[in-house]
Design a protein around this ligand. Structure first.
Ligand code: BYC
Length: 330
């Protein structure tokens, strides 16, 4: 039997044209829409890296839960760390809509084939680090992620809306924590300053390499996955932080930081990109500890996944026992 396709059957060019037109018109691409393979691969790469960052990002702060200085601070920190776990889950779900499984993504994290943010390879040495992470790391995350709420891929953009609202709360709790330390005793002020000194430059590196070395930016911006370049967002973040640091009574550790009348922005000193590259290669202060802890948590959680899968199988539609129970309750 010969199948005759209607003359109007769309060819691959028509699908591509429809995709390009949707992106140009700022429409959302949804999971069942046709998309170029490279668009799908870029999204999987970025969303997976983002999800991994959220769950690895729980570790440096969780380190302080048992040592938080009051019940109030402990409750806030626990809520924040749980929020990060939630962000990871929304993001793994968004990645799954692109046809990849969560197990596959976690395997790639555990064997080093997918990355997570460089920032989480630095240690949290004092309680003030919890404040500096909230103010600077969550602040950088918001600056980077608010534009992702307008990302061309629907599930990622929608996940970002809630993530940004929660990150905004996180940023404020960090700021408030640092403010209290900064206005406290001399030792507390020094501890806050020391934390800012250590977290400032790694926070600027979170935005990724400079534009002329960013492999993916041009294509990701053409696809409207990214809306701004790495350097644009980094600059925006510096401009936001300068007045906040003044209000905190803390100094940003950059002698070259100055207001530029002409550009209406702050000039800032050179970033040590060799440090960034070393961290990405696995040679940051905590790379080994973070991934070891992640693998251990995954192995120790195997029984929970097995139990959840067994429960789901038991209650799947068509399962005899479920059907019998349902029939009995009718
Ligand atoms: N760390 O071409 P580029 C959070 C990689 S979670 C490590 O500019 P792109 C939070 C990049 O992947 C924060 N790797 O890439 C959680 C690429 O390598 P591959 C995470 C980095 O994708 C808990 C290569 O360098 N946020 O906020 O166009 C508590 C070239 O870079 C980094 C997100 O993931 C880095 N910092 O732009 C508190 C946001 N930067 O993949 C807070 C979503 C670059 O070719 N992601 N690389 O091997 C993005 O917006 C973009 O992926 C980036 C990089 C701006 C990060």
């Amino acid at each position: 039997m010969t199948t005759v396709l209607p003359e109007t059957a769309p060819g691959p060019e028509a699908y591509e044209a429809a995709f390009d037109a949707a992106v140009a018109a700022d429409e959302r691409i949804e999971p069942r829409d046709w998309m170029p393979d490279a668009y799908r691969a870029t999204l999987v790469r970025q969303i997976a890296q983002h999800a991994h960052s959220e769950i690895i990002g729980m570790q440096p702060e969780a380190n302080w839960i048992t040592r938080a200085p009051s019940l109030r601070r402990k409750a806030i920190l626990m809520a924040k760390v749980q929020d990060e776990a939630g962000h990871g889950l929304y993001l793994y779900s968004a990645a799954e809509t692109l046809g990849v499984g969560r197990d596959e993504l976690l395997d790639k994290l555990h064997n080093g084939r997918q990355k997570y943010s460089s920032i989480f390879n630095y240690p949290t040495l004092t309680w003030a680090d919890v404040g500096a992470i909230g103010w600077l790391v969550d602040g950088a995350a918001i600056t980077n992620q608010v534009p992702l709420c307008r990302c061309s891929y629907g599930p990622y953009a929608r996940a970002m809306v809630r993530v940004c609202k929660e990150e905004s709360f996180h940023q404020r709790q960090g700021y408030e924590l640092l403010l209290e330390l900064s206005r406290g005793t001399e030792e507390q002020h020094a501890m806050a300053q020391d934390a800012v000194d250590r977290w400032w430059w790694p926070s600027l590196m979170m935005f990724g390499p400079p534009d002329d070395e960013s492999a993916h930016s041009a294509q990701s911006m053409a696809w409207k996955i990214k809306r701004h370049s790495n350097d644009e967002l980094r600059q925006r973040f510096v401009d936001i932080c300068v007045p906040q640091a003044e209000a905190l009574g803390l100094t940003l550790p950059d002698p070259d930081l100055t207001w530029n009348e002409e550009t209406g922005r702050h000039d800032f000193g050179a970033i040590d990109w060799s440090e960034f590259k070393a961290v990405l290669k696995g040679n940051g202060p905590c790379n080994e500890a973070r991934i070891t802890q992640r693998r251990r948590a995954h192995e120790e959680g195997a029984w929970v996944r097995d139990a959840a899968a067994a429960y789901a199988a038991k209650h799947a539609p068509g399962d005899d026992r479920t059907n019998r129970k349902e029939a009995a309750s009718r």
